[in-house]
Design a protein around this ligand. Structure first.
Ligand code: 3BY
Ligand code: FES
Ligand code: FE
Length: 422
């Protein structure tokens, strides 16, 4: 628990926190920001972890990060270390990264490659399907290896995206429909033939919901994101109440071309608060991708893409991801809460697997716009948190025309918590 958590601690039990959260969400003023406790209280945070991050499908990474058998990466979902590994048969498995002997973390690195999964403590050895292969003679003749395999997490992949869930039972809903759409919309990119060019891990002193809220609106863009606005058109959709005729014409011209090329672009969304959403939007006229000057980020285009002006296919997955898929590189974003007032935001840039660094792309150029944007958003989130912690904070109104994405996010959050607590 960090200092902020201590400052904000109240002597509630978890049950009391759940009851209070339910009341706060049932009585919240619709279209207003939440009560401060929901953004800064450690008990409320614990409920968020139990009811959202340990139950829902979470985006963790891309299949092309672990192209070969034994390639793995690790993530921490709160206190839960998880290991994602490519199996010999090509499938992707997710396990709780905790040994069945005395619970040590098994993979201690952020990413790597293994033949088998060997615990560093007493060398219990598991295969890539989580079966315990070997526990030494120390455990005695009666010891049953079969009873001590690694615990699995639910894991699904589609269009190169890897999702996991730590729930006891697979979450119900329309997730599979979203995955089908994801598969279809990602087909032009051929993710298996891409590679991770670079990644950033940004630590932000703000509640995870403030990070998401900030991402769900562009009201703040003109005041904060000069680099991003060289290319980004802030409208989220052609139905956006603010979309101008010029924008609609620009969209229609591009969309005709995308149709001719078989590039999916129509808005598809699933679930309350549009929790899973895909739409392709054009970038500013004359620009191709989200680089500082809007010109190419990588000389090799992705998959079967021919047209450099694919705009950006935006993929939203609540609670923890938004993404920008473009013609020559794509960028994925992952949000993982650390504590009530700390969040880790991971950004990864992918290019064609045959693209050569320094020849086809320059890492600094590729990451510049979103490094700047992320940092600007981090400052906004941290200032937002500091103000919310004040006794002077009172929930304030969202703009229905500029902040409908935030309203949708909180709608999803609120409905999810209420139904999980029911
Ligand atoms: O582009 C994004 O990912 C989001 C959407 C609007 C503002 N924000 C930068
Ligand atoms: Fe893993 Fe002992 S804790 S082998
Ligand atoms: Fe922003």
């Amino acid at each position: 628990m960090n200092q902020n958590d201590l400052l904000n601690i109240r002597h509630a039990t978890l049950q009391e926190a759940k009851a209070e959260m339910k009341t706060l969400l049932e009585t919240r003023q619709h279209n207003y920001s939440l009560d401060a406790a929901l953004y800064n209280d450690p008990h409320m945070f614990r409920v968020d972890m139990e009811e959202v991050f340990q139950k829902e499908w979470l985006f963790v990474g891309m299949t092309s990060e672990i192209p070969k058998r034994g390639d793995y990466f690790t993530v921490e979902i709160g206190q839960n270390p998880v290991l994602i590994v490519r199996d010999a048969d090509g499938s992707v498995n997710a396990f709780h990264n905790t040994c069945r002997h005395r619970g040590s973390r098994i993979c201690t690195e952020h990413r790597g490659k293994v033949a088998n999964l060997v615990c560093p403590y007493h060398q219990w050895t598991y295969d890539l399907k989580g079966n315990l292969l070997f526990a030494g003679t120390e455990m005695g003749g009666e010891f049953d290896l079969k009873q001590h395999g690694l615990k699995k997490a639910f894991c699904k992949t589609a269009g190169g995206f890897i999702f996991i869930s730590l729930a006891d039972k697979e979450p119900v809903g329309d997730f599979d429909e979203f995955l089908q759409t994801l598969e279809e919309y990602m087909e032009p990119y051929d993710v298996e033939n891409t590679k991770l060019a670079v990644e950033s891990n940004m630590y932000e002193k703000a509640n995870w919901k403030l990070v998401l809220e900030n991402n769900r609106e562009c009201y703040h863009c003109s005041g904060s994101h000069p680099e991003l606005l060289n290319t980004l058109l802030e409208w989220d959709d052609i139905n956006d109440p603010r979309a101008s005729k010029e924008f609609i014409d620009h969209y229609n011209t591009q969309a005709q071309q995308w149709d001719a090329e078989g590039i999916p672009h129509e808005h598809k969304s699933y679930g309350p608060g549009l929790r899973n959403r895909i739409v392709r939007m054009p970038l500013k006229k004359g620009t191709k991708v989200m680089t500082i000057d809007g010109q190419e980020g990588c000389k090799k285009m992705l998959g079967r893409v021919k047209n450099p002006q694919l705009g950006s296919m935006r993929i939203l997955h609540l609670p923890n991801s938004w993404n920008h898929m473009q013609s020559d590189h794509f960028i994925v974003f992952r949000v993982l809460p650390i504590s009530a007032q700390e969040t880790m935001v991971t950004t990864k840039w992918f290019v064609h697997k045959d693209a050569v660094e320094g020849v086809d792309y320059d890492v600094e150029r590729l990451r510049k716009v979103w490094d700047a944007t992320n940092d600007q958003d981090r400052v906004l989130g941290e200032q937002n948190q500091l103000g919310i912690n004040s006794v002077g904070y009172q929930p304030g109104p969202y703009s229905e025309t500029y902040e409908f994405g935030v309203i949708n996010f909180l709608e999803w959050y609120s409905e999810t918590i209420k139904s999980n607590l029911a």
